[in-house]
Design a protein around this ligand. Sequence first.
Ligand SMILES: NC(=O)C1=CN([C@@H]2O[C@H](COP(=O)(O)OP(=O)(O)OC[C@H]3O[C@@H](n4cnc5c(N)ncnc54)[C@H](O)[C@@H]3O)[C@@H](O)[C@H]2O)C=CC1
Ligand SMILES: NCC(=O)COP(=O)(O)O
Length: 329
Amino acid sequence: MTTRLPVPRIALTPGEPAGIGPDLCIQLAQQDLPCEIIVIASPQLLEERAGQLGLPLQITEFDSAMPATAQTAGRLTVLPVELAEPVRCGQLNAANSRYVLKTITKATKGCMDAVFDAMVTGPVHKGIINDAGLPFSGHTEFIAGITGGHPVMMLATPGLRVALATTHLPLSEVSQAITHTRLRTVIRILDHELRSRFGIAHPKILVCGLNPHAGENGHLGREEIDIIEPVLDTFRKQGLNLHGPLPADTLFTEKYLATADAVLAMYHDQGLPVLKHMGFGQAVNITLGLPIIRTSVDHGTALDLAGSGKADLGSLQFALQTALTMATQ
Ligand SMILES: NC(=O)C1=CN([C@@H]2O[C@H](COP(=O)(O)OP(=O)(O)OC[C@H]3O[C@@H](n4cnc5c(N)ncnc54)[C@H](O)[C@@H]3O)[C@@H](O)[C@H]2O)C=CC1
Ligand SMILES: NCC(=O)COP(=O)(O)O
């Protein structure tokens, strides 16, 4: 006799209601999937957007007492959250910012309470949330504020994983933020999760310097000598397979990347442009260091495409697949 495994239940937040997040959820709902998707959003918003896109959508309200059933094409299970004001495609409205944070909070708490096996997030507009007077720098930090843990942002596309030592910081604050403590924490989490979540027995991690040419022996900055090198040395003595600090411009070449399992970049725009150049639309953003599974798309709100039917589903599909793999391994 065979026992059927339970169907994974994945929470999906569409993010900014005026962006392409709702479109992507509706496009995703046109497929049969091997998991249950619970979209946490306004049902009215989803119905209106489905109408604009000319796609069929039958909504059922989420009931956590019911067993999870696999997603079937044209249907969507929704955990309702009410918008403050009606949405116009492409037009940001700070009145709906609390709604956005509420959807992410519900997904996060649902994962903490084991109602959901993982959460996948659509893109939010950080600026409009701040315009509403709400402190927010990104899902990564916001979710960790609820769950605890030190979040480590890692984006992955076939052939490249890039993790970040710092996340959403003005460039002028990055140097100050590269401390022994932070680097130790980030490297420990990255190494541990490459092993535990991605099945890599002895991950080889390439670590970028902060400065041009990794500081050119101290002539172009001292963070490599004073901070990065000592932290790497300590971990190497413990057996971690760390290389660097390497100049970021040479590290991101085939010779170095061919045998690497991940790159640790010091800041957002040191690592992510390379990854997006290589795999935009086929990449996933994974938050390591949390007690829950959270993945996300590699793109932003694309306000210019909301309601047009031109949004590419690739990254959301990859984010969902990654969350499923992580939840079922
Ligand atoms: N996961 C998240 O919540 C993320 C949110 N953002 C936010 O998005 C907002 C806008 O950021 P931008 O830099 O303009 O980046 P963006 O990714 O929204 O747009 C950049 C370009 O890519 C296109 N594009 C994006 N996603 C697409 C898709 N799925 N299919 C086809 N074309 C697509 C857009 O039309 C635009 O031309 C910002 O407020 C930023 O904070 C940015 C990245 C990730
Ligand atoms: N560039 C990635 C990004 O900004 C996504 O951030 P988050 O909202 O996932 O923290």
